[in-house]
Write a protein that binds this ligand. Structure first.
Ligand code: NAG
Ligand code: NAG
Ligand code: NAG
Ligand code: NAG
Length: 595
């Protein structure tokens, strides 16, 4: 049967409504959805069965979606159409449907896998949807391994009549007919029914600027019930799921809103903040709104509601706090449409009945400093920030803290981030890891298991950066063109320790610059900033790159072991040796018959 025949506008029970059954149950069954294309014509839902490590996918075409003769959905490392893994459905000239597990070669042409791993393929003509199942790891070298973290889902469709799917080129189709999204497939879904006040912080009928990327900022004053009494944020979600109506994420705009954050304006309780609304990078954005930078809530495309564990909530408001927060929405408008009206926002669920513990956020990773740099021309250069036993020792309570969420953060060149956890030199399971990290998809992620971090534990956050095509070094710093390496850990109970980050020690860095000047004749100046000196080093030969890598992985470090009031914990935090690893974690073996 033609997939074209699918395009009858009736929804089916078998396929498209199957998810609602699970919504009503109390079981922790992961189910999520996202939109595939900027027009919102194609959507994807998935349900994860963790016990058998398998995902059930459902792609739905809206009634507006054009007819197609073939449709492919799959995975690749970075959203590329080369070296990708795909499940394809196509209709031949005899109107017979074919379902095939394919992969693309380095030129983007499709080939059939020797092992077929797109299971339970099903096209539902009336429901205009397509379902199939995939194991996380099919043990087939032609298939992508689905891990916790960012997954790039690629899709393509076409009206071409095919005799065979071999050689099909997915991105030879028009730009409207292929694309990719980033999602976290293995996202835990928390279901919490506790009653809460809803506070929606949204844009109102905003005419979205017709540019590729817009960061829109809007400062709002918190309502009196919040400014009068400290509340706990217990859930965070995008507005759409609260009101089905068009008030929030306007239907069809789902692909447009990339991510949103609510920042607390960390200032005097009495300080008035101007109610600025406009481009976040506009020159006329008032300087005083820059204090609105403490993340209280975040949502990213495809993310389910963020639900706090039942014993904790994030404090907001009260008389001792500033009365303002700022919403920031990242609009993604690659087709540069000028007729988009949007009212997206974030809904906070607040309770005045504060829970047992205050949640808080702790920063791990690298200091925001130009003491660290990434050479140009690198595929995957690592930088590592340390949270050492001396700092967790003075900063954490005896019983430790419980980490339940994590938001990984780099700027444009970051491609992977992870945090390893050690106790007395012995490595414990990884705290969070994303090996397909993208700066464009920075959710606060609920961890699959709560991690207790004790005083004396040691956390090591590594980021990999891709600087292919750059000649100069990329320097650590605040600008979007600079780099960062951060893991914002969400945990309870709140402690004084807010920043546990490192950088290479000053003495080691001076020695390095001396070496580059004396032995490599680089135009280094001892009076210049590290930034200027790093920029003067070129070309970044493999030898020089190696020397820098060794400097960072072997030299003593300086620590920022800081309290939430901005002061350092007492002690000497300069020139400390990197803690030793006595026993690293054993690699997890793939569960494959042939291994
Ligand atoms: C997972 O799959 C197994 C085997 O098919 C099934 O028995 C079980 O009910 C499934 N679990 C969920 C949560 O769907
Ligand atoms: C296919 O994608 C690659 C990059 O992923 C690009 O270089 C190439 O030009 C694309 N081909 C077409 C026909 O768009
Ligand atoms: C590299 O840095 C130098 C300054 O040291 C600057 O003049 C040059 O334009 C930079 N090159 C690129 C490609 O950005
Ligand atoms: C940590 O504390 C030091 C000393 O008070 C300060 O200079 C530094 O900026 C602080 N760092 C952060 C990230 O707050």
């Amino acid at each position: 049967m033609y997939i074209q025949c699918i395009l009858i506008f009736v929804f089916s029970f078998i396929c498209c409504d199957s998810f609602t059954i699970y919504k009503k149950s109390d079981h922790q069954i992961a189910e999520s959805e996202s939109v595939l294309d900027p027009n919102g014509d194609l959507s994807i839902k998935w349900r994860v069965n963790y016990s058998i490590k398998k995902i059930h996918f459902e792609v739905r075409l809206s009634e507006k979606a054009p007819s197609v003769n073939w449709f492919a959905l799959g995975f690749s490392d970075r959203g590329d159409f080369e070296n990708a893994d795909l499940c394809l459905v196509w209709t031949d000239y005899n109107d017979i449907d074919h379902f095939e597990d394919m992969h693309s070669d380095e030129k983007g042409k499709l080939l059939r896998d020797a092992n077929q791993n797109c299971d339970a393929f099903h096209v539902n003509a009336k429901g205009r949807c397509l379902t199939f199942e995939r194991y996380f790891d099919t043990c087939d070298d032609n298939d992508y391994v689905i891990e916790d973290g960012t997954v790039h889902i690629i899709w393509a469709r076409g009206t071409d009549k095919l005799f065979s799917a071999k050689g099909l080129c997915l991105n030879c189709t028009s730009p409207h007919d292929h694309g990719f999204i980033r999602v976290r497939l293995l996202t835990p879904t928390g279901i919490s029914q506790e009653k809460a006040e809803e506070l929606s912080i949204t844009n109102k009928n905003l005419k979205v600027p017709s540019s590729d990327t817009t960061y829109w900022c809007k400062v709002v004053k918190l309502p009196e019930f919040v400014t009068e009494k400290v509340h706990h944020i217990i859930r965070v979600r995008n507005g759409k799921q609260i009101l089905q109506a068009s008030v929030f994420l306007v239907v069809g705009n789902e692909g447009l809103v990339h991510h949103m954050e609510v920042f607390y304006c960390d200032s005097d309780p009495q300080q008035e903040i101007p109610l600025y609304e406009g481009n976040c990078f506009a020159p006329d954005r008032p300087e005083t709104t820059k204090v609105c930078s403490k993340v209280k809530a975040a949502w990213a495309m495809g993310a389910p509601p963020f639900v706090y564990p039942k014993e904790a909530g994030l404090p907001l408001g009260g008389r001792a706090a500033n009365k303002y927060v700022m919403l920031e929405v990242h609009y993604n408008n690659p087709e540069v449409k000028d007729d988009w009206i949007d009212s997206s926002g974030i809904t906070l669920h607040l309770t005045a009945n504060r829970r047992e513990y205050d949640a808080a956020i702790m920063e791990l990773g690298l200091e925001y400093t130009d003491k660290m740099a990434i050479p140009g021309g690198q595929h995957a250069f690592p930088l590592t920030g340390y949270c050492i036993p001396q700092c967790t020792g003075v900063g954490l309570p005896k019983q430790g803290i419980v980490v339940f969420g994590s938001q990984l953060h780099t700027h444009l060149t970051g491609v992977a981030v992870w945090t390893r956890h050690f106790r007395q030199g012995i490595e414990l399971p990884v705290l969070n890891r994303d090996v397909h990290y993208s700066t464009h998809f920075q959710e606060i992620r609920i961890l699959h298991r709560h991690v207790r971090v004790l005083p004396g534990d040691y956390l090591m956050t590594t980021c990999l950066y891709n600087t292919i095509g750059k000649e100069n070094a990329t320097i650590g710093g605040h600008a979007i063109t600079d780099e960062m390496c951060v893991n914002y850990m969400h945990y309870y109970p709140a402690t004084e320790l807010e920043v546990c980050k490192s950088a290479v020690s000053n003495a080691a860095l001076e020695k390095y610059f001396k070496f580059e000047k004396r032995w490599n004749n680089m135009p280094i100046s001892y009076k210049a900033s590290p930034r200027a000196n790093y920029l003067s080093i070129k070309p970044w030969t493999p030898l020089r790159t190696n020397t820098l890598d060794m400097l960072y992985s072997e030299s003593p470090i300086s620590m920022q072991c800081n309290k939430s009031d901005g002061n350092r914990f007492q002690g000497d935090w300069e020139g400390i040796d990197i803690p030793k690893i006595k026993r690293p974690l054993k690699p997890v073996l793939r569960q494959c018959p042939s291994y």
